[in-house]
Design a protein around this ligand. Structure first.
Ligand SMILES: Cc1cc2nc3c(=O)[nH]c(=O)nc-3n(C[C@H](O)[C@H](O)[C@H](O)COP(=O)(O)OP(=O)(O)OC[C@H]3O[C@@H](n4cnc5c(N)ncnc54)[C@H](O)[C@@H]3O)c2cc1C
Length: 138
């Protein structure tokens, strides 16, 4: 049996290890931290959970594809939760901002901070989506 060694148990290392194992390799994964996950990991301290990086399931189609090739159905086999708001930002002056998918709520919050900013935000999102499509398409 061929042997493969993976350094790092982030999502990249774990996915690579799973594909290699699926293809008949004996895989060893070495991780410098106490727990796997890397930037998708979490820290639990005094009863509070902190995401070390990722909080949102971005590009679910990629996760769906990789998981399905490993025999896992993202929707059926894993529990995903749709959050609203997606997340909330708290500022040192006591104010907060809810990052929401609801355009009306987003508009109200942005316009309260800077009148006229919502159309700029929409333009920013549109441009980001164009970059996203450029990067995702062959
Ligand atoms: C602040 C932040 C927010 C993010 N938000 C999102 C989000 O909302 N949604 C999303 O999809 N993505 C998000 N990302 C991106 C996502 O977290 C990363 O793209 C992804 O986790 C990277 O995975 P990786 O396996 O490539 O690398 P990493 O997660 O960095 O994994 C590398 C692993 O290798 C280990 N390692 C490194 N060197 C060694 C060594 N010498 N020996 C042993 N082990 C070693 C590390 O400890 C780590 O566990 C975010 C990233 C950050 C930083």
């Amino acid at each position: 049996m061929k042997k493969a060694v993976i350094i790092g148990a982030g999502v990249g290392g774990i996915a690579t290890a799973a594909f290699l194992a699926q293809n008949g390799y004996a895989v060893e994964v070495y991780e410098k931290n106490a727990n796997p996950g890397g930037r998708c990991g979490q820290l639990i301290q005094e009863g509070h959970r902190f995401d070390l990086g990722a909080t949102i399931l971005l590009m679910p189609s990629l996760y769906r594809k990789v998981l399905s090739e490993l025999g896992i159905d993202l929707e059926k086999d894993l529990e995903t939760t749709s959050l609203e708001p997606v997340y909330k930002l708290f500022f040192s002056d006591g104010s907060d901002f809810a990052f929401t998918r609801n355009p009306e709520k987003m508009k109200a919050q942005l316009e309260a901070i800077e009148p006229g900013s919502f159309p700029k935000f929409q333009e920013y999102v549109k441009e980001g989506y164009e970059f996203f499509n450029l990067s995702i398409n062959d």
